[in-house]
Design a protein around this ligand. Structure first.
Ligand code: AMP
Length: 149
């Protein structure tokens, strides 16, 4: 039987990804796997030096990264007390691409994510990130749906 040694969970701080996280944590405990929490900062269109001067754009990026780091730290504090076998990663880019790429770079053997995210398009079966990861990932992907979504 296959076992999972490293589980990547994609976190966008939505209710749906919270539920995916709880499933990923349960699986990590069951398989004694390492848990990798990944958040992707949605890369803004590159407008450096066009709408805003270069310097303020750089500062904006720094503040966004700082904010994401704080959110992730708070998330871990709230949800991972007593758990040590985990790491967090924050990268910038297009979420579905980064999820697939980081999973490969980090040798994950399973990706766990919500069926929906922050866009709140509950009427569609899958959000666009979830759909693209499921369609393009060479690794197994476990999607978790909120019961009432
Ligand atoms: P979506 O397809 O955007 O509705 O989101 C579905 C799931 O993809 C979420 O529940 C998360 O697990 C994951 N996801 C979406 N956006 C991000 C992001 N920026 N960083 C990490 N995971 C994400």
């Amino acid at each position: 039987m296959n076992t999972f040694k490293k589980i990547l969970v994609a976190i966008d701080f939505s209710e749906s990804s919270d539920k995916a996280f709880r499933t990923a944590l349960f699986m990590a405990r069951t398989f004694e796997a390492h848990l990798l929490l990944l958040h992707v900062i949605n890369e803004p269109v590159d407008m450096r030096g066009f709408y805003v001067p270069h310097i303020s754009f750089d500062r904006l990026e720094e503040e966004i990264a700082e904010g994401a780091g704080k959110l992730m730290a708070q998330f871990c504090k709230n949800n991972l007390e007593g758990v040590s076998d985990y790491e967090t990663l924050i990268v910038s880019g297009i979420p579905y691409q980064e999820i697939i790429q980081v999973a490969a770079q980090k040798d994950a053997d399973l990706i766990v994510m919500g069926t929906h995210g922050r866009t709140g398009l509950d009427h569609v079966l899958f959000g666009s990130t979830a759909e693209k990861v499921v369609r393009k990932s060479p690794l197994p992907v476990l999607t978790v749906r909120l019961a009432d979504a």
